[in-house]
Design a binder for this molecule. Sequence first.
Ligand code: PMP
Length: 360
Amino acid sequence: MSPLPEPREDLRALEGYHSPQLDVDVRLNTNESPFPPPPAFVDAWTDALRAAPLHRYPDRAASALRDAIGAHLGQPGERIFAANGSNEVLQTLLLTYGGPGRRALVFEPTYALHSHICRITGTEVVEGERDTDFRISPTEAGSLIAAERPAVVFVCSPNNPTGTVEARATLDAIVGAALDHGPALVVVDEAYGEFADRSALDLVADDLPVVVVRTYSKVWSLAALRLGFAVGPSRIVDELDKVVLPYHLSVATQTAGLAALAFGDAMQERVTTLVAERRRLEHALALLPGLTVFPSGANFVLFRTAGDGHALWQGLVDHGVLVRDFSRWPRLDDCLRITVGTPDENDRCVAALRAVLEGR
Ligand code: PMP
């Protein structure tokens, strides 16, 4: 066999991002919405797509979509940057504000893609630790920012996989430290923001280094279409526009994002249902033997079992229920994460848990 070129030296140790999929009845492992989008949305979207000139490139600036997202959030369109899923938004932020010679601060345990994309973009990762209840300590965050001078600070709230929602005072302390030492760009990942009772969106202003990242993958039931966006100072949005590939957002994605916004009420109803289901799931889990449930502001719940977490995960799979196994992750020993599903899926998950924990 002839030799093939080696990838970049700094990428050799990199492992791919895996979220194991198994063919089971109840899939509660990837934090998607359990509800497909409304049929009326699919009609509106496919009508718009049929009318689109497919031999032409899409609107490079995605202006109609950005203006509409902005109007939905009470922000000007110039403060919106849209991309293929919030992962591409995060990648573009790191390509623009991270990179060789720059650092990004993350607070572990958190969304693994933050440090993964850092490594891909040659950005050095600095790991802060969360408290035992998975909150960020504002004092520790301030000292880390002062000592390490990161170019980017990630605050995931609600945090994946713990569900933790940060206090406004913590965010204020982080933004204060970011302003004093840099300024660093504070990226608030609100992929699950709609499920929480507070958001950093009102912090976004043209003179503050804060960017809030959101997605259509969860609340808007459009994970398959890949659309996410950032809300931030217009000068930062301009910089992101220079870095992202031209015409990266297909006409199918742009029209879907626009059409979905007309279904805001239907989406809000789903949020209400899922939050109620999350509370029901949290209560049911707390009643099961040996489980510690962590408070969540997202569409998932993390818990720790007093027994062997991986064995419990396997037991659930044997009962046809797939949840996410974090039991061997640093700081998450014996923890599993359940995505909130339909009421029936949640009932089946709790019944399977009870059966495994009671040894049936
Ligand atoms: N941020 C967080 C915290 C997430 O959990 C996810 C999805 N798992 C994303 C961003 C990426 O979502 P998407 O690319 O589908 O918008």
